[in-house]
Design a binder for this molecule. Structure first.
Ligand SMILES: *[C@@H]1O[C@H](CO)[C@@H](O)[C@H](O)[C@H]1NC(C)=O
Ligand SMILES: *[C@@H]1O[C@H](CO)[C@@H](O)[C@H](O)[C@H]1NC(C)=O
Ligand SMILES: *[C@@H]1O[C@H](CO)[C@@H](O)[C@H](O)[C@H]1NC(C)=O
Ligand SMILES: *[C@@H]1O[C@H](CO)[C@@H](O)[C@H](O)[C@H]1NC(C)=O
Ligand SMILES: *[C@@H]1O[C@H](CO)[C@@H](O)[C@H](O)[C@H]1NC(C)=O
Ligand SMILES: *[C@@H]1O[C@H](CO)[C@@H](O)[C@H](O)[C@H]1NC(C)=O
Length: 407
């Protein structure tokens, strides 16, 4: 290539880039929901040595427009098709001082309620070696009724779900699984981590499906999903129980397991993580995402040279082991914790300042910016429910979540 050709090609491509940006800005203005903010990545590629807003701490969010949270950030105009033209994000429940809404959201469509758990072992969770965490539910019919009467936030009373002592430190959930909630627990003190099935109506009949690996306790089980089209359970086991002071020293690697409840077989399908955390399959069951929250180390503190990374794998058709590991995305803020997919293949993960959304090709297309940790989220008939520790948000977006029901 000669310089002459190159510079005219550069000029043309620069011109077309300018036109693209102008077009994106115009279409953004005409179809974007009120309050959404367009962050054109091209505007932030070069900030210069005199820039003063360096984000030295990964826990500080990226909010270059200084917009008041909560709001929706759009990094690619295609995100407008995900959220729709009238999306809003509003707080639907809050309890400052208690991290009541951490993880394990399960939406039960028949009841139109979301179950979820409080923070196990972390800040403002009031749980630990001696104290269990709390499972609660929020009634989305009550949320819908309250939201129509105001354009602002609402505060719907969440209800505590009283569960038997076999359920200790719920941290993950999926379902409905044959009509039941499927929770995964981290265990507490010498009480073993487990997978439990719970009827979603009182008196919440509970069955423990698994609480050991051939006689060895798991470390502190974290998150769980069913391989689509099967009844087979996959789950992650990091060491956060020990690192957050409510479990003894780990005695197994931090890895991902497969459990077939029909045969009782349990085996490892992936390892080599710092802290394997969230899990989500693609709709066809041929692919899977595992988040690695290595950055957050409990009593070891934060180490920004470790992963805050979503890994993508293929599910081996014969063994269902996870193969062809590759990086899908690294989160610029906090850690990618819980993870869910929508029906278009977009990937949502709960990060340091809210929920980040990448398209199936791995491009960051948008964020639901709440300005503090959102560990997990779940799609409902009313929209995307975002668990934000001391608050719950609802983003009434157009995208639909993958159906997580196992019949
Ligand atoms: C940075 O600020 C210094 C001091 O004000 C100034 O001399 C310099 O030109 C600035 N550099 C850039 C790249 O703007
Ligand atoms: C962040 O990093 C920049 C660049 O290295 C440095 O000038 C600044 O003092 C740091 N700020 C904090 C709060 O550490
Ligand atoms: C455990 O629970 C009790 C009663 O709710 C509470 O007073 C105490 O502060 C909790 N302990 C911790 C370590 O959070
Ligand atoms: C949810 O709220 C609606 C409206 O108050 C009520 O009819 C329904 O029974 C509630 N559902 C549950 C599971 O509590
Ligand atoms: C951070 O993690 C890296 C990689 O494991 C390790 O080499 C380094 O010592 C850690 N830094 C701190 C301050 O713990
Ligand atoms: C966002 O969170 C940071 C702490 O990470 C805080 O300093 C800042 O005030 C918050 N911004 C708003 C507008 O609440």
């Amino acid at each position: 290539m000669t310089w002459g050709n190159s510079s005219s090609a550069t000029m043309i491509s620069a011109l077309s880039a300018i036109l693209d940006i102008a077009f994106a800005a115009v279409s953004f203005a005409t179809v974007s929901p009120p309050g959404a903010v367009y962050i054109d990545p091209l505007q932030y590629n070069v900030v210069g040595a005199n820039y003063t807003d360096w984000r030295n701490l990964s826990t500080v969010g990226f909010n270059p427009t200084n917009t008041a949270p909560p709001f929706i950030q759009v990094f690619d105009p295609s995100f407008l098709d995900v959220i729709g033209s009238s999306a809003t994000i509003r707080s639907i429940a809050s309890n400052p001082g208690f991290a009541f809404a951490h993880e394990a959201p399960i939406y039960v469509p028949d009841l139109n309620v979301v179950f979820f758990a409080s923070n196990a072992g972390g800040a403002l969770g009031y749980s630990g070696w001696y104290n269990n965490s709390v499972v609660s539910m929020i009634n989305m019919t009550e949320v819908d009724m309250a939201l129509v009467s105001t354009t602002g936030n609402v505060n719907i009373q969440v209800q505590t779900v009283n569960l038997p002592d076999t359920v200790q430190m719920v941290n993950g959930g999926t379902g409905p699984y044959k009509g039941d909630l499927l929770f995964i627990t981290s265990g507490r003190a010498l009480l073993p981590p487990s997978i439990v099935r719970i009827n979603p109506s009182p008196p919440y009949d509970t069955t423990v499906l698994l609480d050991n690996f051939l006689g060895r306790q798991f470390n502190s089980l974290n998150d769980i999903k069913i391989l689509p089209g099967t009844e087979i359970i996959f789950f992650t086991d990091p060491t956060y129980g020990w690192m957050n002071g409510f479990r003894p020293e780990p005695m197994l690697p931090s890895q991902v397991y497969r459990f077939d409840p029909s045969t009782g077989q349990v085996r490892v399908v992936a390892d080599q993580f710092v802290h394997p955390n969230g899990i989500a399959f693609t709709a066809d069951g041929k692919g899977v995402f595992i988040t690695d929250t290595g950055v957050i180390g409990g009593f070891l503190g934060t180490n920004q040279t470790l992963p805050a990374t979503i890994y993508q794998f293929d599910v081996d058709p014969r063994t269902q082991s996870f193969t062809n590991r590759r990086v899908f995305a690294y989160s610029d803020s906090g850690i990618p914790d819980g993870i869910q997919l929508d029906t278009m293949g977009n990937v949502y993960s709960g990060c340091g300042e809210g929920v980040h959304v990448w398209n199936a090709e791995g491009a960051l297309i948008g964020k639901f910016y709440v300005n503090s940790t959102a560990a997990q989220m779940i799609f409902t008939k009313s929209g995307l429910v975002i668990l934000n520790e001391e608050a719950i948000y609802l983003a009434n977006i157009q995208a639909q979540g993958l159906d997580l029901t196992t019949s």
